[in-house]
Design a binder for this molecule. Structure first.
Ligand SMILES: Cc1cc2nc3c(=O)[nH]c(=O)nc-3n(C[C@H](O)[C@H](O)[C@H](O)COP(=O)(O)OP(=O)(O)OC[C@H]3O[C@@H](n4cnc5c(N)ncnc54)[C@H](O)[C@@H]3O)c2cc1C
Length: 383
């Protein structure tokens, strides 16, 4: 970092903390979710509000600094942090306000999905997010956002009504279907780097107690179950979501008899009426799972059920891809590598991106103008 920068000038009027390499909390503050990422920013501006974000953005621009914006800090490649430059850390801007009349939810740019699930659940609402509650709203949303609610309510970006943003020149704008419309479309599928979103306004959806949980089979049934799943998930009612996984059972809350066992399975989330659950899960039960734990569960509990298996600070490495179908060869590879998983943290997941996610304006726009035809159709993205 350059030496002649006027950090004292930035400190005047800054509400939260400006953290430099010699500060006690620097080491802790530069950590992100993935322990593989080891970057040393010159300055971390922990922002309390939009005014702090504007001041930090102006400071970074005026001093020609590399800027990284940090939301939940979960990005696998460490995009929320940088070497030498300025990190604009939004994690303390994590408020969530629910408007019960319009059923809309306003969320601070640094909130996590656990914050949103918690606040919205009290009003029987939820926003489509992922399958873990510790991920940041900012990065997950700007990446599209797929998870338990996407077959019924679309991607996370499909529920954005409006955002407040600080642009690179320090100006503050609102983007919606009525105002700054190009920017609005950009953030609904264009990824990051259009500006710093200080506030998201989402449409909430009526979600409260789901009928959900995992069904597991011994690993030697992977071929049978995956061949069944690849057809089932394309045609089943959009009220039902399920992602496929091969995994080693890590420990509680799974029963002790299964600990350390390699298995395949599907984690389900049914959003329809509970009295219909037996009917909708009949084809699943006919496959005689070796373990199942499906039943009524509060949405925030489902969304955080597996948090414990994805702790922060471990050295994570993921790869992912979009594919249109699951050919026999992919099934064979799942059987092969499923049997070779080296640790309980090693896993392969297949997330369906179909149902409502295929029917929205943002999906059609992306299909037309951004994504190559072959990458958008359905069905899986192993992480
Ligand atoms: C354990 C785990 C589980 C996951 N599960 C899912 C899942 O189920 N579904 C899914 O879709 N994704 C999932 N992801 C991927 C996740 O969505 C991305 O890693 C995402 O980038 C995390 O967002 P973040 O805000 O926590 O990350 P950060 O590292 O803070 O940010 C990621 C990127 O977004 C930008 N950004 C963040 N906030 C803002 C903002 N307010 N304004 C402007 N730019 C911003 C950052 O600059 C950076 O480029 C998962 C990731 C992990 C680690």
């Amino acid at each position: 970092m350059k030496e002649n920068m006027d950090i004292a000038g930035l400190t005047n009027g800054f509400r939260d903390r400006l953290i430099q390499p010699n500060d006690n909390d620097y080491e802790e503050s530069r950590k992100v979710y993935n322990g593989m990422i080891d970057k040393n920013p010159g300055l971390i501006a922990k922002c309390k509000d939009t005014a702090d974000v504007i001041a930090a953005a102006n400071f970074g621009r005026e001093n020609n600094m590399l800027i990284a914006v940090r939301g939940g800090g979960h990005n696998a490649g460490g995009l929320g942090i940088c070497d030498d430059g300025l990190v604009i850390d939004l994690s303390n801007i994590n408020y969530v306000y629910v408007d019960t009349k319009s059923k809309t939810i306003r969320v601070g740019g640094g909130a996590t999905w656990g914050d949103v699930d918690h606040a919205a659940h009290a009003f029987k609402l939820a926003v489509p997010s992922g399958i873990i509650s510790t991920t940041g709203v900012g990065g997950l949303t700007l990446g599209g956002g797929v998870g338990y609610l996407s077959r019924k309510y679309g991607l996370t970006i499909d529920s954005i009504l409006e955002v407040d943003m600080v642009l690179a020149d320090g100006s503050f704008v609102t983007a919606s279907a009525k105002e700054n419309t190009d920017l609005y479309w950009a953030i609904r599928g264009g990824g990051g780097n259009f500006g710093i979103i200080t506030s998201f306004l989402f449409q909430g959806h009526p979600v409260h107690t789901n009928y959900a949980g995992p069904t597991l089979w011994h690993i030697d049934k992977t071929e049978k179950i995956l061949k069944w799943y690849r057809n089932f998930i394309l045609n089943v009612d959009e009220d039902l979501y399920g992602f496929f996984a091969v995994l080693t059972i890590p420990g509680p809350p799974f029963p002790e008899t299964l600990h350390g066992k390699k298995m395949c399975g599907v984690v389900w989330n049914y959003l329809g009426p509970h009295h219909e659950a037996d009917k909708i899960f009949k084809p699943v039960h006919e496959l005689k799972p070796d373990f199942e734990h499906i039943g009524p569960i509060a949405h925030p509990a489902l969304n955080s059920m597996f948090d414990v298996f994805y702790p922060t600070g471990l050295q994570w490495y993921w790869r992912a891809d979009f594919i249109k179908e699951i050919p026999d060869e992919a099934v064979t590879q799942h059987v092969k590598f499923g049997n070779e998983l080296p640790t309980p943290h090693s896993t392969m997941h297949l997330y369906p991106i179909n149902g409502k996610a295929h029917k929205t304006a943002s999906f059609r726009l992306a299909r037309k103008s951004v994504l190559p035809e072959k990458s958008v159709e359905s069905t899986i993205s192993p992480k």
